[in-house]
Design a protein around this ligand. Structure first.
Ligand code: G6P
Length: 611
């Protein structure tokens, strides 16, 4: 999703801006641009490209640009195609340079108003409208800040903005309203960025702007105004370097590395959170015990892979704790008048902590009757973590690839601990907790064994090369695992894949099954195995190609039309985690064979900061 970087300093900033863009690449984007300003000439130098930051670097090497202030951007197209003309920074009337993340919902009427007043817009974007309005404000006699404030008051939607003005060289104005934006503090220099990662090479001191804040900065000064236009002081936070490598190491792609990171990520997640036999409540964070004592219902909300983690947790929590649990897609929850049961805990799940829909869901939950809000997230400085009353920090480590892998499995580990803590309060036998904890102690090894399927699955992936569709089936807690398997395949290989509860096959999808349709079944040997086998017979009878992931191959006939892949056997409570691994490998190898952009698949983004 769009990434913003800005800098005002006493040194040249184009290198800082490019480094920042490279660090934001993981968010996903389709065009990039930079504009710098020299105090002496005041005018802007701009280069934009349709494509990657590396293309921008090539363009810059052919035509270097100078400036001690500047803005840079990676754009994920919403309004208008990903072409150079629509790339940011936008420059209005040679006077205002602007970068924008988010969407301006009333841009059609604002654009019409500008066109009616004789303004010609260069792009099809909603963003340029903002630059033009600010310029119009200055033309009518407002100061740069005044024009920004008047414009922002007219905008509907969620956005973060960075602006510069040719008549106020060296000044950057930053606006945060609904989309993340941080201010980085240097020595005689200030920066802005969509997230702290972008600025880690220049500072570790940050101010997280509040909703509605407008920050005005030059190299030597910084002033922040709140939503009412009043000057405010915001605390700065030192973000410690977690010493995390965001290097691919010897792997070809971040995705591959992150799949293989999972045993370590699981070990880190469990550290200090389980004793030999039990879960250690303080290990999950402050106040967690108190909240779980009062929890009698739970609503879990997330997007994409995080939503599927919520779905797995729903099965766990209702089964073990016997309390009502709903799992819901954040973009649905936020516009629904959901019934809130007494004692309900609102739990948001988000790797990035910046998914716009999940943030909106949290803000809605705060206005409703929820007993408490909690977040499980992977980025400690994120909006969701900061705005939720309580947070459980995931320990997946930095996840760079757009498609989530290790954040899914570590989120599941955290959710399993939550389920067990809730269950403990509802009479779940201590011996059963003990058995699961025992199994958790060796979960990393089971995941390592599952990763050994890599070669086998690489060969299998060849069978998916020429097909256009795949069906993923599961039952019970493995149904959301099938959904996640299908999502992984479609998002990185661009192959159509659908997850379905195996029992629903005969109510529709069976019509799609023929010899060209690979059907992937997640079928551990549990109480539902016989039922799944019956469902799979329905596929075989129609000549479908079956790929069965199971932990007891013995129960499946080794026939030509069934490929059986044996996954390490673990405690049934942990099998959703272990069964996820081969499905991730399958998606990875199919995508590699298809030659797609594995870490930054087309059209999708890692941190979805727009609605
Ligand atoms: C995007 C990513 C997915 C991710 C989803 C939710 O769609 O491409 O991989 O699962 O956002 O992200 P979150 O950071 O909220 O978990």
């Amino acid at each position: 999703m769009c990434g913003i970087v800005g800098a005002t300093a006493k040194r040249q900033v184009s290198g800082i801006l490019i480094e920042g863009l490279l660090r934001l690449e993981y968010r996903g984007y389709d065009s990039a641009g930079i504009a710098t300003q020299e105090i002496s000439t005041k005018s802007f130098n701009r280069i934009r490209v349709s494509g990657k930051v590396r293309d921008l670097v090539v363009a810059l090497s052919e035509q270097p640009i100078r400036g001690t202030g500047g803005l840079a951007h990676t754009r994920w197209a919403t309004h208008g195609a990903p072409i150079e003309r629509n790339a940011h920074p936008h420059i209005a009337n040679g006077r205002i340079a602007l970068v924008h993340n988010g969407t301006i919902e009333n841009f059609v009427s604002l654009r019409k108003e500008l066109e009616d007043s004789g303004r010609q817009l260069d792009s099809q974007t909603d963003s340029e409208v903002v630059a033009q309005l600010v310029d119009l404000g200055i033309e009518s006699g407002s100061t740069f800040l005044g024009a920004v404030q008047q414009t922002v008051a007219r905008l509907e939607g969620a956005f973060a903005l960075g602006l510069m003005c040719s008549t106020d060289p060296g000044t950057i104005i930053a606006v945060r309203k609904g989309c993340p934006l941080v201010v980085g503090l240097g020595t005689d220099e200030h920066f802005i960025a969509s997230d702290v990662l972008a600025l880690r090479s220049v500072t570790n001191q940050f101010i997280f702007l509040d909703e509605g804040d407008i920050a005005v900065m030059s190299s030597g000064s910084l002033q922040i105004f709140d939503e009412q236009g009043q000057p405010v002081e915001r605390d700065s936070i030192r973000v410690s370097d977690q010493g995390e490598s965001v290097d691919k190491g010897s792997y070809r792609h971040y995705l591959e590395k992150e799949i293989h990171d999972q045993p370590q990520a699981i070990r880190s997640t469990l550290e200090g959170r389980i004793t030999e036999q039990h879960i250690s409540e303080p290990g999950l964070g402050r106040c967690v015990s108190e909240i779980f004592d009062k929890t009698s219902a739970i609503s879990i909300v997330g997007c994409g892979t995080s939503y599927y983690a919520a779905y797995v947790a729903k099965y766990w929590i209702e089964d073990m704790a016997q309390i009502p649990c709903s799992a819901e897609i954040a973009s649905e929850f936020r516009y629904r008048n959901a019934a809130v049961l007494d004692g309900s805990l609102f739990l948001s799940l988000s790797q990035s902590g910046e998914s716009a829909d999940t943030i909106a869901a949290l803000r809605l939950a705060e206005q409703r009757n929820y007993m408490h809000t909690m977040n499980i997230g992977n980025v400690p400085t994120s909006t969701l973590m900061r705005e939720s009353a309580t947070a459980i920090a995931m320990r997946a480590g930095v996840e760079v690839s757009v498609a989530s892998t290790k954040s899914f499995t570590t989120m599941l580990v955290d959710l399993l601990l939550v389920a067990l803590l809730l269950a403990r309060r509802r009479g779940f036998p201590r011996e059963r907790e003990h058995e699961i904890v025992k199994a958790l102690h060796i979960l990393d090894e089971a995941v390592e064994c599952a990763l050994l399927l890599d070669d086998r699955i690489r060969q299998l992936a060849e069978e998916f090369l020429l097909t256009q569709h795949a069906l993923f089936l599961g039952r019970g807690v493995h149904y959301p695992v099938a959904l996640e398997g299908a999502l992984k395949l479609k998002e990185i290989s661009y192959m159509h894949a659908e997850g379905y509860p195996a029992g629903e096959l005969k109510h529709g999808p069976l019509a799609l099954v023929d010899a060209d349709m690979p059907v992937v079944a997640v079928a551990p040997n549990n109480e539902l195995l016989r039922k799944v086998q019956l469902n799979l017979q329905e596929v075989r009878a129609r000549g479908g190609r079956l790929y069965v992931f199971t932990d007891e191959a013995a129960d499946f006939d080794h026939q030509n039309d069934v490929v059986v892949i044996e996954v390490p056997k673990v405690h049934p409570a942990l099998s959703p985690i272990v069964f996820t691994i081969p499905l991730q490998l399958l998606a990875y190898h199919v995508a590699t064979l298809r030659g797609t952009d594995i870490d930054q698949p087309r059209n999708i983004a890692k941190s979805v900061t727009v609605e």
